[in-house]
Design a protein around this ligand. Structure first.
Ligand code: TRP
Length: 331
């Protein structure tokens, strides 16, 4: 049997996962775990690059993120969880890679540039933050991943990974293979306030661990069409968060199209479409919530520990090849 291709995906553990993560990556992780050898990295070191003053926020979410993945349907006998900080080879490889990339190149990484602007770092950017793409290259290459499925924002990371891998090979000899980025196809789910991004800091997310009451409240507060004041008046479907969610989660596409027609024409109230969405979300989220509640934290810790031990062996083998290629294998 041919060797299965290896996938590496990851999350920064800065909070629990929300339904944006679910449609953007968890569904495809669950689908891919049969065909691929999948590593799921819990990137606590990367999370610390902009949370150095708040390590509790990161450490307290490591197991939570693993639980969200398991609740969504990740099977620990098929996928391997890895805690980034427990694989010291990643840090070792990062230091060696840092010599192969310029500061100017790091400053051109569009994703880092965006994040730096958002965080208002200016020239006071932590060096660890500016260089996290190098650490991410080490994540990807130390485990010899073939493919990184992730959002568009991660494409520059994979490009930089390949630049670093190529530079390494040309300088010291062939160790690393080319890595492909596969962009997720689902549209980004807006926050409940209509903001294009669902995020913890904007407090506009629906979380996999939310209760049915919380989901109900959040949907009822959801942004629709601010000009749609009377049920009888025509409403906008475009930019309407409730319809954006129905498009993603409602399996009865025909009825959704009929509702859109009615909403545009006038005569369909916001409350009615919201109640439909509450039911649709509950159907998706109830089984996830139940699986999550059935998880035992100590068992999850054990799963994550086992996975990390397995991954460490891979990382050790890669570092042996790296040291050999560089001639720094003294004893
Ligand atoms: N940068 C990713 C994010 O913000 C997380 C991540 C860290 C990652 N290392 C990775 C993703 C390696 C894929 C592969 O979501």
């Amino acid at each position: 049997m041919p060797k299965r291709k290896r996938i590496l995906t990851g999350d920064r553990p800065t909070g629990r996962l929300h339904i944006g993560h679910y449609v953007g990556s968890l569904i495809s992780r669950v689908a891919m775990q049969d065909e691929y050898e999948q590593y799921i990295l819990i990137a606590d070191i990367q999370a610390l690059t902009d949370n150095a003053d708040n390590p509790d926020k990161v450490s307290s979410n490591v197991l939570e993120v693993a639980m969200d993945n398991l609740a969504a349907g990740i099977d620990s006998t098929k996928s391997t969880f890895v805690v980034q900080s427990m694989v010291s080879e990643i840090a070792e490889l990062t230091v060696l890679f840092l010599n192969l990339v310029t500061v100017a190149r790091l400053e051109r990484n569009p994703t880092v540039k965006d994040e730096m602007r958002q965080k208002g770092y200016g020239s006071n950017v932590p060096a660890g933050f500016l260089t996290y793409p190098v650490s991410q290259a080490a994540d990807i290459l130390v485990f010899r991943a073939d493919t990184v499925p992730a959002g568009d924002d991660q494409k520059p990371m994979v490009e930089q990974t390949n630049e670093i891998g190529t530079k390494f090979n040309n300088t010291y000899g062939d160790v690393f293979s080319y890595v492909t980025h596969v962009a997720s196809i689902t549209p980004r789910l807006p926050g409940i306030d209509g903001n294009t991004k669902m995020s913890k800091s904007l407090n506009n997310g629906i979380y996999l661990a939310d209760t049915s009451e919380t989901i109900r409240d959040k949907v009822m507060r959801m942004y629709t069409d601010p000009a749609h004041i009377h049920v009888d008046g025509p409403g906008n479907v475009e930019g309407n968060t409730v319809f954006a969610y129905l498009d993603v989660f409602d399996t009865n596409k025909e009825e959704v199209e009929e509702l859109k027609t009615l909403y545009r024409r006038g005569g369909l109230g916001d409350v009615e479409i919201k109640i439909r969405l509450i039911h649709v979300l509950e159907k998706v989220l109830a089984p996830i919530r139940e699986r999550r509640e059935a998880l035992n934290k100590n068992d999850v810790r054990e799963i994550v520990h086992e996975g990390t031990l397995k991954a460490q062996k891979e990382a050790t083998a890669t570092m042996t090849a790296v040291r050999e290629a560089m001639g720094i294998n003294y004893f």
